[in-house]
Design a protein around this ligand. Structure first.
Ligand SMILES: [Zn+2]
Length: 76
């Protein structure tokens, strides 16, 4: 049995209010997935700023590399 909303270490997901794509609730913006929120102008794309002398992969890169939690309801 698979528990979609209670995986350890994986935040719960809800469908995006715009496209219905399951989106991690901790990344939602006003009920929309991050990508839809961007396209709706609710948020603006923030350039990746590397503070200090950090090198290599940071947490944002790790999050962005996760392929199945992006909100891709625009044209797919
Ligand atoms: Zn969406």
């Amino acid at each position: 049995m698979v528990e979609l909303f209670a995986e350890p270490g994986r935040p719960a997901r809800k469908p995006c209010a715009r496209c219905g794509h399951p989106t991690r609730v901790d990344r939602m913006v006003h009920g929309f997935g991050e990508d839809c929120a961007l396209k709706l102008g609710l948020i603006v794309a923030v350039p990746r700023l590397h503070a200090g002398e950090q090198t290599g992969t940071d947490l944002l890169d790790l999050l962005a590399a996760e392929p199945d939690d992006c909100c891709d309801g625009w044209d797919r």
